[in-house]
Structures are given as structure tokens and as C-alpha cells.
Design a protein around this ligand. Structure first.
Ligand SMILES: *Cc1c(COP(=O)(O)O)cnc(C)c1O
Length: 358
């Protein structure tokens, strides 16, 4: 039988592993930070109606510039952004990949701050971009001084800051983003996949875009908007950045069905985001209740919680699976990560963990 090693694959891809969050069947799935609330029925109906309209002209290529969707996204973000500032793709993973294609590549480097989103090194490897791994401060923070020191020392072409950070959940001070921009001559990407779960008064990096043409803020509809299966991510940046991405995107990369579904969902933003408060409540409940079970949760501005004090993460992961609950072993010794689910799911997780821990 042929194996990967028998193929004339690129040398730099030999021995690499694909992105691998386990997709095991479990009744309570709290492993990949999805929004576990289904979308409201009236929204679902409107989306289906839009899809039905789009299918009638599916013999034609879609609007390559997805103008209507970019307008909807600009309206949603506010801050005087227009469609010229907006770009979208099939998940923010594709948005990030296009940024690597345009601004990274052979002979270029990206600075990341592990533990952080596991896709960054994979996107770097796919585009031949060298990865530089910086170190965080104690408690997984990154101070303005730390980010400045690493950028001045390494002079990367790309810097990615995940704010708030996955898999730790920890916030990133806006001052660190300002300092990073001031220190680098390259592109600064702020991945705000979890922005909607931050406290309401916490500023987004979008507030820094004015006058900073090398700053890119990446967002997704996968988490707060409960749209992970539709694959819609987007970014806000200077229009020149959008011009750069037009050079690397595949023609018609966003299907007419994706554009129709996403635009319809954006028409129902309040209903779609109604679950965010609920999820934040369950997240805070996990943080409140874990210490009594003997675990140490980290502060979180996201829809998940990383907790320490786990003697054998793999054993606890497997024991929870026995209870039909799947969470995530993110490879940080002594820690596991759990997404905040509905109230009922969160209750089942806490009950199962309590049984295992005692
Ligand atoms: C979930 C997540 C994404 C979103 O990926 P999509 O491709 O939009 O589904 C991006 N960045 C981080 C840090 C994430 O956790």
C-alpha cells in the first residue's frame, strides 16, 4: 500500500502532522469552542429562503467581490468601516492563509507566542514561512515590553497576536497591540476570533486601525455567530491590504451559497448574538465552580476555559469521554480546555468531572 512517504512530497512537509482536533462522537461536545446553541428558527428560515433564491442563479459564478456581504460585515463592525476595509473567506483560517500567501512565504518569517492557535504553524508551513516562537510572560500574558523586545530582536515579517488567546482564554492588553505595531515594520495580524465574548467595554483592535495600514484584525462567524459549519471568516484593514489579498485568492472563492447564508445571518445580528451573554454566564460559572473540584481555571475572555491541576490530562479526557463528554487536551502539561456549552451541557460536564475527580 502506498504511504505518504512514498510520494514526491515537498521536503519541508515530510513528517508533518495535519490539524487534528479529534472528531469523536460524544453527546456533549465541548472540544472545539463551537457555539453549542443552535441558531434561532426564524433566522434559519430566512437563511433557507436566501439560499433558495441563490440556487436559482447557481449556473453563474458568484460576485467575486462579495460586495453585499462586505457591506453587511462593515455595518456589523461599525467604527466607520466601509466595504473597502472588509474582506472575507471560507473561515478565518482561509483569511489567515491568504495573509501568509501575500505577506509571508519563503525567506520570510512569522513571530508567534505559544501556547497559541495551533493553525498558525500549519499555515506557515504550507506557505514556506519560517516560524519564530516567542515566550509569553508568567500567567500567559504578553506585556508591551515583552512584545517590543521580541520584535526588535527577531525582526519578523509577520506578527500574529491572538486576542483573547486560544487555548489559554487570556486577554491581551490593547497597549500590547499598539506597542507591537510601533515596533514592527512588517504586518501585524490580531486574531479576534473570540472578540464578542470579551467584556462589553473592552476595546477591539479595530479601534486602532485608523492610520495603521500594516494592522489587520481577523474575525470569524464560527464562534459568536454559531456559524462554524458555514465557513465564514473576515478581516478589517486598510483597503491596500484587501488589494494585496486579491492577488492570492482563488477566483470566486466564496460561493454564492456562502455569501447568501452569511448575508442573511447578518440581517439577524441581535438574534444571532443573543446567546453570547448566556455563554459568558456559563463560562464564568465554570470558572467559579472548578476550584471546589480541585482545579485551577485561568481567567477567560472567550467562550472556553483552560484549567490546571489535572494530574493526568489524557486519563481525565478519556474518563470524561466515558461520560459522553468530549473536551480538549491542548498539550499543555497538567491542563485541559473546555468550551462553555448551554446551561444543561455545562451542568453535565461539571457533574461528570466532579465524579471523576472525587
Ligand atoms: C476558532 C478559531 C478561528 C476560527 O476559524 P474559522 O476558520 O473561522 O472557523 C480562528 N482563530 C482562532 C484563534 C480560533 O480559535
Amino acid at each position: 500500500m502506498t504511504s505518504l512517504d512514498d510520494l514526491p512530497i515537498r521536503d519541508d512537509l515530510r513528517g508533518q502532522s495535519p490539524y487534528g482536533a479529534p472528531q469523536k462522537p460524544a453527546r456533549i461536545a465541548l472540544n472545539v469552542n463551537e457555539n453549542t446553541h443552535p441558531i434561532p428558527e426564524e433566522v434559519a428560515r430566512d437563511i433557507v429562503e436566501s439560499l433558495a433564491g441563490a440556487i436559482l442563479t447557481i449556473n453563474r459564478y458568484p460576485d467575486r467581490e462579495f460586495t453585499h456581504l462586505r457591506e453587511g460585515l462593515a455595518d456589523y463592525l461599525g467604527h466607520d468601516l466601509t466595504r473597502e476595509n472588509l474582506w472575507a473567506a471560507n473561515g478565518s483560517n482561509e483569511v489567515l492563509q491568504q495573509l501568509f500567501q501575500a505577506f509571508g512565504g519563503p525567506g520570510r518569517s512569522v513571530l508567534i507566542f505559544p501556547p497559541t492557535y495551533s493553525m498558525y504553524p500549519i499555515l506557515a508551513s504550507g506557505t514556506g514561512t519560517r516560524v519564530i516562537r516567542a515566550e509569553r510572560d508568567a500567567d500567559y500574558g504578553i506585556s508591551p515590553e515583552t512584545v517590543t523586545r521580541w520584535i526588535e530582536q527577531e525582526k519578523p515579517d509577520l506578527v500574529i497576536l491572538c486576542a483573547p488567546n486560544n487555548p489559554t482564554g487570556t486577554p491581551l492588553p490593547i497597549g500590547t497591540i499598539e506597542a507591537a505595531y510601533a515596533a514592527t515594520t512588517g504586518m501585524l495580524i490580531v486574531d479576534e476570533a473570540y472578540a464578542e465574548f470579551m467584556p462589553d467595554d473592552a476595546p477591539s483592535a479595530i479601534t486602532l486601525l485608523e492610520g495603521r495600514e500594516r494592522l489587520v484584525v481577523s474575525r470569524t462567524m464560527s464562534k459568536a455567530f454559531a456559524f462554524a459549519g458555514a465557513r465564514v471568516g473576515y478581516l478589517a484593514a486598510d483597503p491596500a491590504v484587501v488589494d494585496a489579498l486579491r492577488l492570492v485568492r482563488l477566483p470566486y472563492h466564496l460561493s454564492a451559497l456562502t455569501q447568501a447564508a452569511a448575508s442573511a445571518a447578518l440581517r439577524h445580528t441581535p438574534a444571532m448574538l443573543a446567546m453570547v451573554d448566556d455563554i459568558r454566564e456559563q463560562r464564568d460559572r465554570i470558572i467559579d465552580e472548578l476550584p471546589a473540584l480541585g482545579f485551577q481555571p485561568l481567567p477567560s475572555w472567550t467562550n472556553f476555559v483552560l484549567f490546571g491541576g489535572v494530574e493526568d490530562p489524557n486519563a481525565t479526557f478519556e474518563a470524561l469521554l466515558e461520560h459522553d463528554v468530549i473536551i480538549r487536551d491542548v498539550g499543555i502539561p497538567g491542563h485541559l480546555r473546555v468550551s462553555a456549552g448551554t446551561r444543561a451541557e455545562t451542568t453535565e460536564f461539571l457533574r461528570a468531572l466532579g465524579t471523576i475527580a472525587s
